[in-house]
Write a protein that binds this ligand. Structure first.
Ligand code: ADP
Ligand code: ASP
Ligand code: MG
Length: 408
């Protein structure tokens, strides 16, 4: 009898009917003779509503208290789902993150899982119970409730699958799989039958919210077979695995995008050799995630430095730069909000030159100005005006032949 981990997102447990439907999907797995661990998100838009509530009271709410607040969302779902299963005659037990043994680093709002003590779950499974775990939360080494970052329930599921050596981990959501781009905004997006861990990792990191990127990291590191499919429609989903054999002809397999990006530019950075590292060490020590970095230094001149961050980090970043301006040794800084990042992803890029050039010419044809660029072996990212984001994604989707992917 194998362990399977099933994760149901917010829409899949958004109301009583959906919770009953989720209970049925769980029982299908149980009836196949599996030991079932279920991870759930908060119901519907609960997490967003809790964030709004907090923002009504405070512009920059304390991060510890935010974790305390947001972790309540998932607790509602675990208990209701457990009741729904009991009503259908099956014994289930709900666990919060700490009860499930999920230990995280001592960081609020975006903690990483560092260990899982799976004893309690294993004991419950051995007794025949379905175990339901609250996603997106854990307990830190100093006993505080932490959360794993928005979308973090996926990571709870995959981390549990790794700790329990599960046979599979299925992420049930409100779309039928991983698409070539977000189907909610890009009507011509096509479902992919399969995608590699590396490509999925880039897609997630670059804005495709269908999977939390740390979940993909765990899946790759522990070689966990991962599947994304719909909780409502019974159709084949997308498999995420090491090597993908289907749709090999696609050089680009996805277009990801994310708005709410700000570009910070630091002018007159003295002694850029030492100070460059000091700037980023200072930001990292304050948990600011810096994305694309561009530095420009001409002989004998002070350097200037640009980097992109999420809009949400602008307040903290500005404060840090003001506080450390003298220590870091620069003249002044400016910022530009209202930007977006649009990226193309595909492992076929490694062996096909000219992909970046085609991306730039496609954007140029649409009169879209590129403000920053970053590349890796399997992706090219550009920062552009947020107003032009969807137009950019649609034109790239067409230019790289993704409109023509056959849907199964
Ligand atoms: P859940 O609540 O189930 O975790 P999410 O909202 O976190 O659901 O993720 C599913 C959503 O991800 C979809 O509704 C879709 O709009 C979005 N999405 C973004 N990029 C993609 C993509 N490439 N393929 C599929 N869905 C995507
Ligand atoms: N409820 C959390 C969120 O909305 C975690 C999750 O759904 O994965 O971000
Ligand atoms: Mg999600």
């Amino acid at each position: 009898m194998g362990v399977v981990v099933l994760k149901f997102g917010g829409t899949s447990v958004g109301n009583v009917e959906r919770i009953k439907n989720t209970a049925n999907r769980i029982l299908d797995e149980k009836k196949m003779g599996n030991q079932v661990v279920v991870v759930v998100s908060a119901m519907g838009k609960t997490t967003d509503q809790l964030v709004t509530l907090a923002k009504e009271l405070s512009s920059y709410p304390n991060k510890r208290e935010m974790d305390m607040l947001l972790s309540t969302g998932e607790q509602v779902t675990i208990s209701l789902l457990s009741m729904a299963l009991a009503e259908k005659g099956h014994s289930a037990i709900s666990f919060t993150g700490w009860q499930a043994g999920i230990l995280t680093e001592s960081v609020h709002s975006n903690a990483r899982i560092i260990d899982i003590d799976q004893k309690r779950i294993i004991n419950q499974l051995a007794e025949g119970n379905i175990v339901i775990v609250a996603g997106f939360q854990g307990v830190s080494t100093d006993g505080e409730i932490t959360t794993l970052g928005r979308g973090g329930s996926d990571t709870t599921a995959v981390a549990l699958a790794a700790a329990l050596e599960a046979e599979k981990c299925v992420i049930y959501t409100d779309v039928t799989g991983v698409y070539t781009s977000d189907p909610r905004f890009i009507p011509q997006a096509r479902k992919l039958e399969a995608i590699s861990y590396d490509e999925m990792l880039e897609l997630s990191n670059l804005g495709a919210g269908v999977l939390h990127s740390r979940a993909v990291e765990f899946a790759k590191n522990y070689q966990i077979p991962l599947e994304v499919c719909s909780s409502l429609e019974r159709v084949a989903g997308t498999v995420i695995e090491e090597e993908v054999t289907v749709e090999k002809s696609l050089v680009v397999r996805g277009v990801a995008f994310e708005g709410d990006i700000t570009r910070i530019t630091i002018f007159g950075l003295k002694n850029s050799f030492q100070n460059l590292s000091s700037v980023f060490t200072t930001l990292a020590n304050n948990n600011i995630n810096v994305d694309i970095i561009i530095q420009n230094q001409t002989d004998g001149e002070d350097a200037y430095l640009s980097f992109s961050i999420k809009n949400d980090d602008l307040h903290d970043t500005s404060k840090i730069l003001e506080d450390y301006q003298e220590t870091l040794g620069f003249d002044h800084f400016e910022y530009e909000a209202g930007l977006a990042k649009v990226s193309i992803i595909g492992s076929g890029m490694i062996s096909n030159p000219g992909v970046a050039a085609k991306m730039f010419s496609t954007l140029a044809e649409q009169n879209i100005m590129i403000k920053m660029v970053s590349t890796s072996e399997i992706k090219v990212s550009t920062v552009i005006e947020e107003q032009q984001m969807i137009k950019a994604v649609e034109s790239l989707h067409t230019a790289f032949g993704l409109d023509l992917v056959a849907m199964k």
